[in-house]
Design a protein. Structure first.
Lengths: 243, 242
């Protein structure tokens, strides 16, 4: 109940910020509209909607890191967290209060992306449900990364790390816009070592129903999610103790 | 004598710096006690220790009958804190901020509604209940901050620099508010403003370099230093302390 109170407050703070709404919902939708329009006017299959949409949902989730990081860092910098630390809330309540509300927001973002893709030729199927389930894991990775950054960096710094660096990494190294194999070499090796391309491939497999080779993608995303979530909890507890 | 707060050798060290040094302080139930001191005197660190925000390096304090070291969670249930900076959720309305505090303190829905109505009347917040906290003036935000600290009906209320940065009218209104709380709850207030301490306090304490130099009434402070004004008494006390 107490963690739910904090979760409600986190959700309200995020959803009431128009900039969050633009980047969280507007930006991924603009990309779907823009790239689908390009696809209609070119002779080659570059941005097929079945491939593009699962990828865009993963890219869209990278903004959850920014939301989580900004709210945690701003709360740390203001005296609000100090006040809340003097209440009967425990560390579990705080972790849940920051992570939990962003999961339904993430899923809502993905649902909207799939709905918007339908007029561009995406066929609704059970694969959408499977992809949404997969996105819970991916969203947990991004949210935890945000909590990790918000617990250790200032609100100005998280803008750079989560707003610029992470979104660029998840854009360029995820294979959403182009086939990473076409670049090859170090670029491909780095992309494969990071979770973004695996998250996109996992989502594409879940959406299409072709599960061949999905195991490795789930494993990589799962390990990254577990590691980042544990780190985020440790960092949050550490700053809570230091406070 | 029942004490709301009793500290025994309370000490806080940050590496080489001793922020609070062997503090032995007794604050009676229901009194308003002001902690005075120049910047870095240890006032805020003392409040942080008493409100369980930071652990002492040495010593202990009993707040409303519970130790801050062995029973911090019980202490948290009995205190309210209004921190130095305004501690409100900016995108939430005044009512939502109060609801948040009711929920984190586990108040049932009916009780929460009753408490919010009571506090909004007592602190004259009714006209701004639906406005976002972040859009309010500094004075209103402080008022809300104190209301949030009072939600749990605390036995001890800590007000850290409650009127810092406020204009003269907003400060006067907050003084009236604090005055109205006297007797109902024990209040520990830190301030830089001597006239504020004189107007509000039953007793006060003067700190310098983490050490408590004096505790007593304003009258006793003036008598001890031979000064007529509290400000002169304070300056004399600080300058004479080694």
């Amino acid at each position: 109940m107490k963690s739910l109170a904090l979760s409600t407050r986190t959700a309200k703070e995020i959803l009431r910020d128009p900039i969050n709404l633009f980047f969280g919902l507007g930006f991924p939708l603009i990309l779907i509209l823009l790239l689908s329009t390009i696809q209609k006017n070119i002779p080659v299959s570059l941005f097929e909607i079945e491939n593009l949409t699962p990828g865009i949902t993963v890219f869209g989730l990278s903004f959850m890191s920014l939301f989580a990081a900004v709210i945690v860092s701003k709360d740390r910098e203001s005296a609000l967290l100090s006040r809340l630390y003097t209440t009967p809330l425990n560390s579990f309540d705080f972790i849940i209060g920051y992570i939990l509300p962003l999961i339904p927001i993430s899923i809502l973002q993905s649902i909207i992306c799939y709905i918007v893709a339908i007029p561009f030729g995406l066929k609704p199927s059970v694969g959408v449900i499977m992809a949404l389930v997969g996105n819970i894991l991916v969203s947990l990775f991004f949210i935890s990364f945000g909590v990790l950054c918000g617990s250790s960096l200032s609100s100005k710094q998280v803008g750079g790390i989560c707003g610029a660096l992470l979104t660029n990494l998840s854009a360029w190294l995820s294979g959403v816009w182009f086939d990473i194999s076409l670049v090859g070499g170090v670029f491909k090796a780095v992309a494969n070592a990071l979770p973004f391309i695996h998250a996109v491939e996992m989502e594409r497999a879940l959406f299409s129903g072709n599960y061949e080779g999905i195991g490795i993608h789930i494993l990589v995303v799962g390990i990254y999610t577990l590691a980042v979530t544990l780190l985020a909890i440790l960092m949050f507890l550490r700053q809570m103790k230091n406070k | 004598m029942e004490y709301a707060i009793k500290t025994t050798g309370l000490t806080k060290k940050y590496k080489e710096i001793t922020a609070v040094d062997d503090l032995n302080l007794e604050i009676r139930n229901g009194e308003l006690f002001s902690l005075l001191g120049v910047n870095g005197a240890g006032k805020t660190t003392t409040i942080k220790m008493l409100s369980t925000l930071t652990l002492p390096t040495k010593g202990d304090a009993v707040v409303s009958g519970e130790s801050i070291i062995s029973s911090p969670n019980l202490v948290k249930e009995r205190i309210g804190v209004s921190p130095q900076e305004t501690a409100v959720a900016p995108s939430l309305s005044v009512k939502e901020n109060l609801t948040l505090m009711c929920d984190v303190h586990g108040l049932k829905k009916d009780k929460a509604k009753e408490k919010i109505e009571e506090l909004s009347k007592a602190l004259d917040l009714e006209s701004v209940m639906n406005r976002k906290a972040g859009k309010l003036s500094g004075g209103w935000q402080r008022r809300l901050s104190i209301a949030m600290a009072l939600v749990s009906e605390p036995k001890v209320l800590f007000l850290d620099e409650p009127t810092l940065g406020l204009d003269v009218i907003a400060r006067s209104e907050l003084w009236d508010l604090i005055e109205s709380l006297k007797g109902k709850t024990t209040i520990v207030l830190t301030t830089h403003y001597m006239e504020e301490a004189e107007a509000l306090s039953d007793r006060l304490g003067v700190m310098k370099n983490g050490r408590l130099l004096f505790t007593g009434t304003v009258k006793e402070m003036k008598e001890k230093t031979g000064a007529e004004r509290i400000e002169d008494a304070f300056i004399k006390m600080i300058k004479e302390a080694k």
